[in-house]
Design a protein. Structure first.
Length: 342
């Protein structure tokens, strides 16, 4: 249910905010800020389901494990794909952030994409409670991203946020503390990586891994056709001979590979602008669109959105942390924000 003014804000310094992301999870506290930043990856014993590693250690195992070890991401497209493993991962993250005290159970605010169903939202609340929270609240990522970017969403003016995460991209127009128009698509950094893997396979008969594709995207990827062509050498398996092979890919190759998912993100932004009331649209033209999330770091992402929409686009000061920092602000305003709980 949506919580209103009947809940008073009595935030403890040990209360936690969690950006539960498909690719990475961040945990923040009121007194220390960001205390944990780990990949959302868990390594399990394939037979006993015992947790072997969580976070960065588990991420290094992706694609490199023997048959008896499973390294997996328990979240897909911004929602829980494996409830049991998500709960185990959250338990580890909460313990690392809050300590092992048996007498302390924090209140936790956790973010979900704006397009999740009530069942998916309830699954997040249940997982957080089972992982050790005293009370769990869920807030939508565009609201958290706007708060973390320093926007005053309580005033009667339009603010537009585009949050490009690992599994989803959330686009929203906010005013008077709530969402006026929004769209959430299951296209994000993971989809860009998958597009690069697919392109290398189709165009060059080379099979590369997701981590290699991500590195390629970060090093030479660009949202617009590059003016200067950069090169990057990747290693993979030749699909014809079955043998390892090196290949030099350029920024133009990577841009071509990512065109389709980037077009979907642009389409979502345009769709939300079309739904926006004229008065708020005028505010957005004046104030611009704020870009957050890991996708904001893709070269020329702001240029692409501005060119396609005709609206100025600004990258948030700390785009990777905006959602997590927004949960931190929410912990002090539980009585004034649209939060969900059981």
């Amino acid at each position: 249910m949506i919580l209103g003014g009947r809940i008073r804000s009595m935030a403890s310094p040990r209360d936690l905010g969690i950006d539960l992301g498909t690719a990475n999870s961040l945990v923040v506290t009121r007194d220390r800020g960001v205390v944990l930043r780990e990949p959302s990856v868990v390594a399990l014993d394939g037979e006993t389901r015992r947790v072997l590693a969580v976070g960065e250690e588990a991420r290094r195992m992706l694609g490199r494990t023997p048959g008896n070890i499973i390294a997996l991401r328990p979240l897909r497209d911004g929602v829980i794909a494996d409830y049991e493993v998500t709960e185990l991962m959250l338990r580890v993250f909460i313990r690392r952030a809050a300590g092992r005290s048996l007498f302390f159970r924090p209140r936790i605010v956790v973010c979900v994409p704006s397009g999740v169903t009530s069942v998916e939202r309830r699954a997040v609340v249940d997982a957080v409670l089972q992982a050790g929270a005293r009370q769990a609240y869920v807030m939508e990522e565009p609201v958290a991203a706007a708060l973390g970017a320093g926007l005053d969403i309580a005033e009667p003016r339009g603010n537009m946020v585009v949050d490009i995460g690992g599994g989803t991209s959330d686009v929203a127009v906010l005013s008077l503390g709530g969402i006026v128009a929004s769209r959430s698509i299951r296209v994000g950094g993971d989809a860009l990586d998958a597009a690069i893997v697919r392109y290398a396979r189709q165009e060059f008969n080379l099979l590369i891994g997701e981590r290699t594709a991500e590195e390629l995207k970060m090093q030479v990827g660009t949202a617009c056709m590059p003016r200067q062509v950069d090169e990057y050498e990747v290693r993979g398996r030749d699909l014809v001979s079955g043998l390892p092979r090196n290949l030099v890919l350029t920024s133009a190759h990577v841009h071509e590979a990512m065109k389709e998912p980037l077009a979907e993100i642009v389409g979502a932004v345009k769709a939300v602008l079309e739904q926006t009331p004229p008065e708020l649209a005028a505010d957005i033209i004046d104030r611009g669109i704020v870009l957050t999330g890991g996708g904001a770091l893709l070269k020329d992402m702001d240029v692409l959105l501005s060119r396609e929409t005709g609206v100025p686009v600004h990258i948030a000061e700390n785009p990777l942390d905006c959602v997590a920092l927004g949960t931190l602000r929410a912990l002090g305003s539980l009585d004034r924000l649209p939060l969900y709980t059981r």
